[in-house]
Design a protein around this ligand. Structure first.
Ligand SMILES: NC(=O)c1ccc[n+]([C@@H]2O[C@H](COP(=O)([O-])OP(=O)(O)OC[C@H]3O[C@@H](n4cnc5c(N)ncnc54)[C@H](OP(=O)(O)O)[C@@H]3O)[C@@H](O)[C@H]2O)c1
Length: 308
């Protein structure tokens, strides 16, 4: 089975690379990866270049394309919408178009930011989207692009997830650890609720999508719920316990109004993952346990202090 992964240098891309199964659905896996800059045996591919996206799929004819690349800078997207749209909607459209001429399938990663966050209970995969900003809207268009072209034939999967973090890349965990090491105190938004999702669990869910040849729209996050403030407090507690932080910074809860950002964010974006868990035959970790695992990975990768 030939699997093509885009965004190999991203958080999820790296987790996927380090967890490739030998065999999927009884077939040995042949992995090909792309990254914007290449490197680590990845092919160079700029997702803003639709012609290049189409040509690569036509050349490689993958059985599965996992589109893990995305324009994920939520606030910057407000200032450069054309680029966000090209990467988040133009590229999935080009991939799906090229796959129409083959037997291949696409797994398109998407986001809780396709919802407006106003309903106050977890979102079902079947609910209509209503994004608040450019990032969410461009991702919603990316979803539509693959479903319109390959959905009817059962060759498109959209997997929405939320608050992704892991031991590498740009994410809330690593930002918090840095800020808590640098500052006496910091403020974190306490009135936006969602669920942190570790890249390890998300990668496992992606591989399960391929194993079970899943189709349609699905939701995956770790288990439970948290505000960004809860997430920050758990990071502080675990980091102090594991020696990743030497002192306890004061963390103040903020309202969204006290922390204005260029992009509006959903206030409550929990994803109902019940159907997907059953379909994938996979149970997620409780988010705090998954966080503790990632912290252990960080700790083990820290240089050892020389003994006195
Ligand atoms: N991060 C989250 O909190 C979150 C939440 C919900 C859903 N998601 C979705 O989950 C998926 C994986 O996200 P992630 O957290 O792994 O994101 P990430 O760490 O930001 O990785 C995205 C990757 O896409 C690449 N990329 C961006 N623009 C590109 C372009 N024009 N050409 C080629 N590559 C390009 C980036 O390359 P560079 O390294 O060169 O920048 C990066 O390696 C995405 O579909 C995202 O929308 C993420």
């Amino acid at each position: 089975m030939k699997v093509l992964i885009t965004g190999a240098a991203g958080q999820l891309g790296r987790a996927l690379r380090s967890s490739v199964p030998d065999v999927i659905a009884g077939e040995p896996v042949q992995l090909i990866t792309t990254a914007r800059q290449g490197g680590n045996d990845s092919r160079v591919l700029d997702l803003a270049d639709a012609v290049a996206c189409r040509a690569l799929v036509q050349e490689l004819r993958p059985d599965w394309l996992i589109n893990a690349a995305a324009y994920t800078a939520v606030d910057n997207a407000e200032g450069e919408p054309e680029r966000a749209w090209a990467v988040n909607a133009g590229a999935p459209a080009a991939f799906a178009e090229a796959l129409q001429g083959t037997d291949g399938r696409i797994l398109q990663l998407s986001t809780d930011f396709v919802f407006n966050g106003q309903q106050g209970m977890p979102y079902q995969p079947s609910q209509s989207v209503d994004p608040l900003g450019v990032y969410g809207a461009s991702k919603a268009d990316g979803e539509r692009a693959v479903l319109e072209r390959l959905g009817e034939e059962g060759r498109a999967v959209v997997l929405r997830t939320s608050w992704v973090y892991g031991p590498v890349g740009k994410n809330f965990l690593l930002t918090m650890l840095r800020l808590m090491g640098e500052r006496e105190q910091l403020g974190v938004v306490a009135d936006q609720v969602g669920c942190p999702t570790s890249t390890a669990g998300l990668a496992q869910a992606c591989w399960a999508v391929l194993e079970h040849a899943v189709t349609g729209v699905h939701h995956w996050s770790d288990a439970g719920a948290a505000s960004w403030y809860d997430f920050a407090m758990a990071i502080r507690e675990l980091a102090l316990a594991q020696g990743l932080l030497q002192r306890s910074a004061v963390v103040r809860p903020l309202t969204t109004a006290e922390y204005p950002t260029p992009a509006r964010r959903p206030g409550y974006s929990l994803l109902d993952c019940t159907a997907t868990r059953a379909r994938l035959q996979l149970e997620p970790r409780y988010w705090r346990e998954a966080l503790a695992d990632v912290m252990r990975v960080l700790r083990s990768s820290q240089p050892r202090k020389p003994s006195p």
